[in-house]
Design a protein around this ligand. Structure first.
Ligand code: MLT
Length: 410
């Protein structure tokens, strides 16, 4: 008799973005012909950088010839991409990594969701609130979240509220936790931690034997100097942090799928008998067993963004989206709406009008302005009263959306 992992039955009906897609589809069906602008899910709209397209075409040609064909690749990723990542993303910031510390994958969503495989069910997990839902849902699946309460909080998780009241900077946990997820620049609020603030987290993790899961999928969007791109810029982080990165937003790979995870050799966690084990070999073992590597074609496409011309093209894409973010911040201000983010991240986080809840404002915005957003409450209880707008839309759509909001609210 097969027994179900009953943790899955505790999860709310569907994943946040699937839920929103369903609501938008129902709205479209009820209002055919209505022009809808999608600023909900953070999905890119520009095509792939030309360097990646050309590299992938070349890779396809290699696959068409028995002399250059590639079958199964290394589960950890091809050496050419790992070298490009280390030289391109880390060495310029004074961080040295060994090739065996970088694991290429099909994206940061999978890796942040799967990393729990190597951790005991008994860990107490802390999350910032609001939070990228994958961290919470995957810990529910792993049996670490306890029960969902009427207040939208899981009994086993430690929530670290991030609201306008604390300038979206989470306080250190006030109880013992074992693992903490930090995403900076933040999804969904678009806010950041300064180097000093991140150092406090690293010092806290080292002093309290806490493992930090650092998701820096949006680091390429950082524009301010005092915002760290990698947690390894902070001394001691190699002993307490795993870092996740993605090509999705940086290089438009949402539909191609490629990312990577850094597990330094020094990161360890405790066993029940009090001894410690390094996490790098465990993640390697997990990936070799359950993952067969990102495709050769994909990895050649990713490698291409590290060439000088690739960097230039990626910069152009990022500038395009960040110009959207700037226009959105200004448009919201003109409409009398308080907003945060959009300076070091492609998300703008805004306050709903007094007394209007997140989901209600989401529905009003869809109906009155034809603009799809993401309700803040979908990211956690402290997201109530906020809405997220993505800056990954087409430039004309982002500007038109702001004009509509001004007409509606102004
Ligand atoms: C988001 O909208 O938060 C992201 O696109 C979701 C993701 O990257 O998985």
């Amino acid at each position: 008799m097969a027994l179900v992992n009953e943790q899955f039955l505790k999860l709310p009906g569907s994943y946040l973005f699937a839920d929103i897609a369903r609501k938008v589809a129902a709205y479209r069906e009820a209002h055919p012909g209505r022009d809808i602008i999608r600023l909900g899910i953070g999905d890119v709209t520009l095509p792939l950088p030309q360097v990646s397209i050309e590299a992938m075409h070349r890779a396809v040609d290699e696959m068409a010839d028995s002399r250059t064909f590639h079958g199964y690749g290394p589960e950890q990723g091809y050496g050419f991409l790992i070298e490009a990542i280390i030289r391109g993303d880390y060495e310029p910031r004074g961080i040295s990594l060994k090739p065996g510390e970088v694991f290429v994958s099909d994206g940061a969503k999978s890796d942040t969701g799967n990393i729990g495989d190597i951790l005991s069910r008994d860990n107490v997990v802390a999350v910032t609130d609001p939070v990228y839902p994958v961290y919470v849902d995957s810990n529910v699946m792993g049996g670490r979240a306890g029960e969902l309460g009427g207040d939208g909080r899981w009994s086993g998780l430690c929530y670290l509220p991030c609201t306008a009241d604390n300038a979206f900077v989470p306080a250190l946990p006030d109880r013992k936790v074992d693992v903490v997820y930090l995403c900076y620049p933040n999804n969904p609020t678009g806010t950041t931690l300064t180097r000093g603030q991140l150092k406090q987290w690293v010092d806290y993790a080292l002093a309290n034997d806490v493992l930090i899961m650092f998701d820096s999928a949006y680091e390429a969007f950082i524009s301010e100097d005092d915002v760290p791109h990698s947690i390894y810029e902070i001394e001691g982080a190699r002993r307490c942090a795993i870092e996740f990165r993605s090509f999705s937003k940086t290089a438009g790979f949402t539909g191609v799928r490629c990312g990577y995870t850094v597990v330094p050799e020094e990161v360890t966690a405790r066993l029940a008998d009090g001894t410690r084990a390094a996490l790098n070999p465990l993640w390697n073992r997990r990936q070799c067993t359950k993952f067969n590597g990102a495709s050769y074609i994909t990895q050649r496409g990713a490698e291409a963004i590290y060439t000088p011309e690739g960097r230039r093209q990626v910069r152009e894409h990022i500038d395009y989206y960040m110009a959207n973010a700037r226009a959105m911040r200004e448009g919201l201000k003109a409409a009398g709406i308080e907003a945060w983010g959009g300076v070091n991240a492609p998300y703008v986080w805004l306050k709903t009008p007094a007394g209007v809840g997140s989901w209600q404002f989401f529905e009003q915005m869809l109906d009155r302005a034809g603009v799809v957003s993401t309700p803040g409450a979908g990211f956690g209880p402290s997201g109530e009263g906020y809405i997220r707008l993505s800056a990954f839309g087409k430039q004309e759509d982002c500007r038109e959306a702001m004009a509509r909001l001004r007409r509606w609210l102004g």
